[in-house]
Design a protein around this ligand. Structure first.
Ligand code: SAM
Length: 316
């Protein structure tokens, strides 16, 4: 099997905030090619354990190869990180864990189709790939089924998450008129129709096409719902003093992670804060009041890290 090209994002900050220790148990909720997991295991000493979860069996196969040298210290489970409690009981861990990492979004290997030998339509630049956009290859709901079945109101909601006012209506109109001719099943058709619909934005059109793709990917994989449920599940799985580290990659994820962690810290957030609403029970202590971002040196050697933000909290 070829070596994954995905590089671990913000490796020093992950180790600093997860603080792996000998004898402890960690969950990598998005093990991918196993690069962060390898770091965690190398930093935590000989008798630590790591349970790596992923929705994509091809990624788990990459991780299995990379982490083989750790032997029985590693268990890999095909599962969503939202289902971490179930995944832990499947490997006979019923006591709490000491740390959990969630590194959102697709890996570079998935974007380039390296894991399966063929891309799943994650990237607007891909030529003629099937519009699947699923991490789990067996998931029936795909980008092409959403494009075929969602009604106008649903499409407005989906694309309204990442596109702006006039762009949303233009994109949705173009999808509805195009699918009346023939189903939209490949990346080149979607990219072309978004390019035409969003052309009035001039030079920035490629960023807007990418934003349209992001909207579909978020919808197909329920990425925002999953992140919120995943944070809550991690809080239940962690023992007191256990640490949660989350790496997010776009504004919707940054906001969701920051708000949910603050809510779990017990203080009121949003409008409730302004009217002085009462405090709730604290489940976490947030270590990053402002999320951290990668240093310039990392961005220049790994441009995929540019938009990353790291959030960290301790279970109280
Ligand atoms: C950015 S990559 C992780 C890369 C990994 N940290 C590394 O260093 O190699 C994210 C991975 O999460 C997986 N994934 C996405 N959503 C998931 C979810 N809800 N539960 C579990 N895995 C998920 C993807 O299949 C992908 O392999």
């Amino acid at each position: 099997m070829s070596v994954p090209e995905h590089r671990p994002v913000m490796p020093e900050a992950v180790i600093e905030h997860l603080r792996p220790r000998p004898g402890e148990t960690y969950v990598d909720g998005t093990v991918g090619g196993g690069a962060h997991s390898e770091l965690i295991l190398d930093h935590s000493g000989p008798d630590s354990r790591l349970i790596g979860l992923d929705r994509d069996p091809a990624q788990l196969a990459f991780a299995a190869e990379r982490l083989a040298r750790f032997g029985e210290r590693v268990a890999l489970v095909r599962a969503r990180y939202e289902d971490v409690l179930h995944a832990l009981s499947s490997v006979d861990i019923d006591s709490g864990i000491d740390g959990m990492l969630i590194d959102c979004g697709p890996s570079l290997d998935q974007l380039a189709g390296r894991t399966t030998g063929r891309g799943r339509g994650f990237s607007w630049r891909a030529d003629g790939e099937a519009l699947l956009m699923t991490y789990d290859p067996d998931q029936p709901r795909t980008a092409r089924s959403v494009l075929a079945e969602a009604d106008e109101r649903e499409l407005l909601e989906i694309f309204g998450r990442t596109l702006r006012g006039g762009e949303v209506r233009a994109a949705v109109r173009a999808i509805i008129s195009e699918r009346e001719q023939a189903p939209i099943e490949t990346t080149d058709r979607l990219t072309e129709l978004l390019r035409r619909a969003l052309a009035f934005k001039g030079a920035a059109v490629e960023k807007r096409i990418a934003a349209g793709y992001l909207a579909l990917r978020i919808e197909v994989n329920d990425e925002l719902g999953g992140l919120e449920r995943g944070i809550d599940a991690a809080v239940t799985a962690l023992r007191p003093g256990g640490r949660l580290v989350i790496i997010t990659f776009h504004g919707l994820e940054h906001r969701l992670a920051r708000t949910r962690l603050r809510e779990l810290e017990g203080g009121p957030t949003g409008p409730a804060r302004l009217i002085g609403a009462p405090e709730r029970e604290a489940k976490l202590q947030v270590m990053t009041p402002k999320p951290l971002f990668p240093i310039e040196e990392e961005i220049s050697s790994n441009p995929a890290a540019r938009s990353a933000r790291l959030h960290a909290a301790i279970r109280v």
